[in-house]
Design a protein around this ligand. Structure first.
Ligand SMILES: [Zn+2]
Length: 583
């Protein structure tokens, strides 16, 4: 594989026109929408059916699910009606009979030929669960984050055909790059934030609010756009308001709405003349999101200018704090974060979710099969950004590594994400194991070449669907040599991370380090001499290319007091065999 799209490379895509109303009636919240989808078949194949994803069917009884919910919390399937295909009414049985757990299989009378497009129109309605909030939901004071919410054409690609993976709660993104034209109607008094550009600010913002948003975009400081005082002024609005957004060439569209969230924002210039609006939207009771516009701005600055050094590719980023739970959930230009206990953790979750703006959203990796690509990426960037290897807290995630490494939950990365139903195994693979693989590759290539590889990957594959083998090819291209010795154990084999300081011979000056776990890792040694002198030795993972032992020669051996093996960024399942002291 050459690591670049071939001359015949194609991708299908859609233009979505979505008209949706979010309806609140006491404690019941539901979505009613009408979708017009124009789907373009750029593939060389005739398509006999279209697969539409119906994510919220995951909550229905009898759905396939990898997320436990009590039987009384199950809902009904999403209700679809009024399906038209190219102006032909399609019998409603098509929408009720041909369903998998979360897919609608719409069989076409006439196949959709290569190079042609099809118009689909359908209405849908579903109830949002009042308190089971999986990646989206209804929160305090009827604030909502709406994601996984509209009938979405699944990906048809040149490797796997239709992606028929059901959404079971843990498999996430693999989407085409589409255009969205979305109208959202809600009760007046709500403010709406979305992963797109607002088309009618003068209709939905007061002149003063509009001024503040413009000011924030052009300010490097954080501007308080909505404060507690502004909230009381908005009370008592009647009727409805319609918010119009557009987003181009983007893999998804999500939005949030609230009457009671506060709003801070700032701008950042990510490349010449292009500024990004960075917002934090949070309830006043939030523990740490009063500071999150700053966290988000710092994250975008780091990703744009340090690593990978690719300008943040979208016009805005809104961090929505739902106030529940501790995790976070990414979508293009929006993240939905819980409220973490510690400020540092909130900062990290903000960083992690924003780093997904690159993978899987800009460079469209397949998270349903290879979640390690984007989750590994986000975790690896998060570790580098957070962790000063010299600080005493560095490598704090190693304890978590040890609980799983080398056990039956520790699976090779190439096992498809959707096939791993064990939560411990799936999160270990996608986050821990995957980020350790990337940091190891970075150690082998060096930071400069690693960033170059990410840049090439982004430049060649943004708005496209790269495979893992494209990434491997780019790493080898940048390295200038073969890396199969590293990829095979790290991605395909049952191995774990453990080095051992086997022996220190002060007579011969030979230190032997063994690779007992089988995954090639760098060797970091700290030598402390009796006069207090410290010497550091680093050997790249390639020392274990052909052998599971490496001999490191040192001089000045008589005064050697101690040797310590290891580095906080590289986890080991056993560190009791990593030190030597002079007797
Ligand atoms: Zn993530």
């Amino acid at each position: 594989m050459a690591g670049k799209p071939g001359s015949l490379y194609w991708m299908n895509h859609s233009d979505y026109k979505l008209n949706v109303e979010v309806i609140f009636e006491n404690d019941t919240v539901w979505i009613e929408g009408k979708a017009n989808i124009k789907y373009y078949n750029e593939s060389p194949d005739s398509l006999k059916m279209i697969v539409l994803r119906s994510y919220q069917d995951m909550m229905a009884d009898a759905a396939l699910r990898n997320w436990y919910i009590l039987p009384q919390n199950e809902t009904r399937q999403v209700k679809y009606s009024d399906l038209l295909i190219d102006d032909d009414t399609i019998p409603s049985t098509v929408l009720t009979q041909n369903r998998t757990s979360t897919n609608l299989l719409v069989r076409l009378d006439e196949p959709l030929k290569s190079g042609n497009s099809i118009n689909m129109q359908l209405s849908w309605k579903y109830y949002m669960h009042p308190n089971i909030n999986i990646r989206q939901g209804v929160y305090e004071n009827n604030a909502v984050f709406i994601a996984y919410w509209y009938p979405q054409v699944a990906v048809y690609d040149d490797i796997y055909g239709w992606d028929m993976t059901d959404y079971v709660g843990i498999v996430e993104f693999y989407n085409d790059f589409n255009n969205y034209d979305v109208s959202i109607t809600l009760p007046a008094g709500y403010l709406v934030w979305a992963g797109g550009v607002l088309q009618n600010p003068s209709e939905v913002y007061s002149p003063e609010l509009k001024k503040k948003v413009d000011l924030a975009l052009h300010s490097d400081d954080v501007i308080k756009i909505i404060t507690k005082d502004d909230l009381s002024a908005d009370n008592g609005k009647m009727g409805k308001a319609t918010w119009k957004f557009k987003a181009e060439n983007t893999p998804d569209f999500t939005f949030a709405a609230s009457k009671t969230h506060l709003w801070d924002a700032s701008g950042i210039e990510v490349e010449d003349g292009r500024r990004v609006l960075v917002s934090s939207v949070y309830p006043d009771s939030s523990k740490h999101y009063h500071k999150a516009a700053g966290f988000a701005r710092d994250a975008i600055e780091y990703l744009s200018f340090e690593s990978p050094g690719v300008p943040y590719p979208w016009p805005s980023m809104t961090v929505f704090n739902c106030g529940e739970g501790g995790g976070g959930m990414e979508s293009p230009m929006m993240v939905n974060n819980g409220d973490q206990n510690l400020e540092t953790f909130a900062d990290e979750v903000v960083f992690h979710e924003i780093s997904h703006s690159y993978l899987p959203f800009f460079t469209g990796t397949n998270e349903r099969r290879f979640a390690w690509m984007d989750e590994g990426w986000a975790t690896y960037q998060q570790m580098k950004w957070r962790d000063d290897p010299e600080s005493p807290d560095a490598g704090s995630s190693e304890a978590g590594y040890r609980m799983t490494a080398g056990t039956s939950h520790d699976l090779p990365l190439m096992i498809s994400t959707y096939a791993i139903f064990d939560g411990q195994a799936s999160s270990f693979s996608s986050y821990t194991h995957a980020s350790q693989a990337f940091i190891t590759i970075e150690d082998q290539l060096g930071l400069e070449k690693m960033n170059k590889a990410w840049k090439i990957y982004t430049e060649r594959w943004h708005h496209k669907h790269p495979s893992p083998w494209d990434l491997f090819a780019i790493f080898e291209e940048v390295a200038g040599y073969d890396l199969e010795w590293l990829f095979l154990p790290w991605y395909y084999e049952f191995k774990y991370q453990d080095l051992e300081l086997t022996s220190v011979d002060t007579g011969t000056g030979e230190i032997i380090v063994s690779n007992t776990g089988g995954l090639p890792l760098p060797v970091y040694l700290v030598l402390v001499y009796e006069d207090g002198t410290v010497k550091k030795i680093h050997k790249k993972p390639e020392v274990f290319k052909a052998s599971d032992k490496v001999i490191i020669k040192i001089d000045k051996t008589e005064e050697l007091g101690s040797v310590k093996l290891g580095h906080p960024w590289f986890f080991e399942s056993d560190d009791t065999n990593n030190t030597w002291k002079k007797k």
